[in-house]
Structures are given as C-alpha cells and as structure tokens.
Ligand binder design. Sequence first.
Ligand code: SF4
Length: 432
Amino acid sequence: MNEYDSNRIYDLVSRIGFIKTDNKKNADCFILNTCHIRDKSTEKVYHEIGRVKKNFKNLKKPLVIISGCVAQAESEEMIKREPFIDMVIGPQSYHKIVDLILKYQRKKQKIIETEFDVVKKFDELQKVPNLQNKISSYVTIQEGCDKFCHFCVVPYTRGPEYSRPIQQIIDEVNKLVNRGVREVILIGQNVNAYNFYLNNKNYKLSSIIKELNKIEKLKRIRFTTSHPKDMSEDLINCYKECDKLMPILHLPIQSGSDKILKLMNRKHNRKYYLLIMDKLKKANIDIKISSDFIVGYPSESEKDFVDTINLIKDVGFINSYSFIFSPRPGTPAAERELNSIDINKKRLKILQDTLEEFQLKENKHNVQKYCEVLVENKLDGQEKYFGRTKYMTPVKFESNSCNPGEIVNVKIISFNKNGLFGLHEIKKNKAA
Ligand code: SF4
C-alpha cells in the first residue's frame, strides 16, 4: 500500500513542479513515506533523517516531510525529537500535501496533519490522474481495519475499515488499462472486507472482480491482503467464474495453533482456515496459497509451534512471509512477556526451511515446462526480460521477440528458491 501511496503523493506534488531526483544532495524536499508494521520502524526514520542532516550540513536545508503510519503513530513527538523535520502527515491526510507545502512555504511553521479523512482523500485523489503505473499496478480499494489482532498497529494507524465507491475503482482501473497497465492488484489492509452500499445495493470484492473481468485489455487480476473471516462464498466462487483472477491467494494465518490464534484475537481457528482451503480447491483445483507466519508469539509452546509446522506441511504454502514476533507499542500483545529470543530464532529457521522446501519443490516442478508469463520489463542492457507466472513467481528469461504487457509462453530451464529462469522463442533472423 505504501508503494501505491508514494506514487499518489508523487502525482500530487508533480502538480506544483516537483520532480524526482536521484541526487540526494540536490533535493529541495525529502518525503519519507513510512511503514509502522515492523519493529524499529520509528528508529529507522530517525536514522534516515540523520543521514539527510549530514548530507545537508553546509547546504541549504531541504523541506523534510514524514508521511505514512510512523507519522500517524508518533505525530508531534517526531518534531519534538527531531526539529529537522518540518511536516508530519498521516496516511489518511496525504491528499492535502500540496496545500500543506504551500502553507509551509508561506508561514514557515511546522505542520502536523494526522486527521482520518479517508472519504475526502479518495474524492480528492480521484481528480488527480494516477500516472506512476507499470504493467502491473496496485489500486487501493479499501483501507483500515476493524479486526484488532492483538499484535497489529494497523487499526490505530490506518483507522476503521473504509471501502472506496465501486465506480471510482472501476474508473481508475479503466484509466490505468488505457495507459498500458495489464495487471491490477487490488489492495487493502482487509481487502476482502470490501463492503460498499449504493442505492440499497451492496457491493463486495466479488462485485469488483466480476466488473474488472469484463475489461478487454486487462489480463490479470489479483487482490491482497485478505482475512480468513471474510473469505465469503461469492468471493471463493470468483476463482471458478472469473478467468482473469489469478489462481493464487495470499491468506495470512499467522499460526497453526488454536491457542495462539485465540491469543492473537484472529477471529478464526485452524479448522475454519482448512475449511476455506477445501472450498477454494473445489472452486479451482489449481489454486495455490501463500501466507504470513508470526513465530514466537508470547506463550507459544513447542506444541503450538509444531502445530504451525504441521499446518504448513498440510497446506503446502508457496511465496510466504515469516517473522519473529515484534511487540508494537500500544497493542495488547506488547504487554505480554516475550519468549526466549534464542528459541524464537531456532523456530524461525525451522519454519523458513520448511517453507523453502515447498517453494523449491514448486519451482522445480516447472522445469522443462512452459509457463504463461506476463512480461513486465526488459532488463537493462540485456536481451532478457522480467515477468511473473500466474502464481506471482518471478521469471527472468531470454527473448528477442516479446514486449512488456504481453503474456508469453516461457520454457523454464532452471530455478532457485526465489524464482525461475527460462527461454522464450528466440528468432535468430529477426526482421530488420
Ligand atoms: S486483520 Fe490484518 S490489518 Fe487487521 S488487525 Fe489483524 S493483522 Fe492487522
């Protein structure tokens, strides 16, 4: 979501003549769009500002803006602790950035803007073309969360669940497709909690997917991140009914132990999760699942951990993420006693090795086979391209006859744990 937000922030400030620069010493303005989901994120922001300060020691001070979830969580504390910061803007207020910059330039007074103004935000953003698109582009359809998992800061930094009007989303996707986008990844903190009412009609995520499936030039649809509780029948059926919806679902479970899931306030248990897996397989036998895992949640016993490993073996997840529990200030889990860090590290290694085994097996399975790859870009200075399979697996391949935006059949020659390598038909005597 931060990638989408950063692009939209750039769309906004471009309107007053700002352009990106790689020359950091030349910048008039630094905008640091921050994430608060992991431990030490706040400290990383201060370290980065320290670097900027050093670079500008004998130069004119740039305008320094902190946006995103660290800005929301820390608010005025940031300016108190680091006076080099001029402006702090929360993730639901960044649509005001141009006005705030102009106000700062007039008054030269520090600004803190952390209102939850999400409705206005998307109304305003709708007026500004989304120009930072690639072949595969994100589109935010939902923000915020009402689930309050005990380890997570999102409900506090992004606010309550909000769903953008469906027509606004479809218009944005149509515009992106007209600019060459061929894949959209619908995003939200709880993307499958999307719930929009208009004229007594209720629209869900499945309604959006069905509408987007009709857009001729759009080739692929994905969505992330979902909560198991909101995997409704209509959404599961999309995997049967919508050919452009890719057969991979990122569905975080976090732990395979019911005791830990309860302590996490996840609002689902292992049995329910596995029931969803069955329903998904019935809808589309080719579907594969990726997930998130937290290792070493407070009170996690050896048995709880083994439950998680067994679940991984039962489901056979691919492309998953795993982390050691990190207490986020202000969340209920932060009050709990931490597990031994050494045990946590050992468990993480076992868990990641187990996930890697499945990933390697999955990648190996493709060798000497043809995969449909959506070409995203040409690699610099080479006759090689980068793209992704239906399952999001990265593929680097040789070709002299393909273009970004096309779906091509690539013969997979080799693999590693991170991706695939292959060959697309090489025409030796390419027409001049
Ligand atoms: S559902 Fe996701 S975003 Fe919401 S509190 Fe839980 S982990 Fe955080």
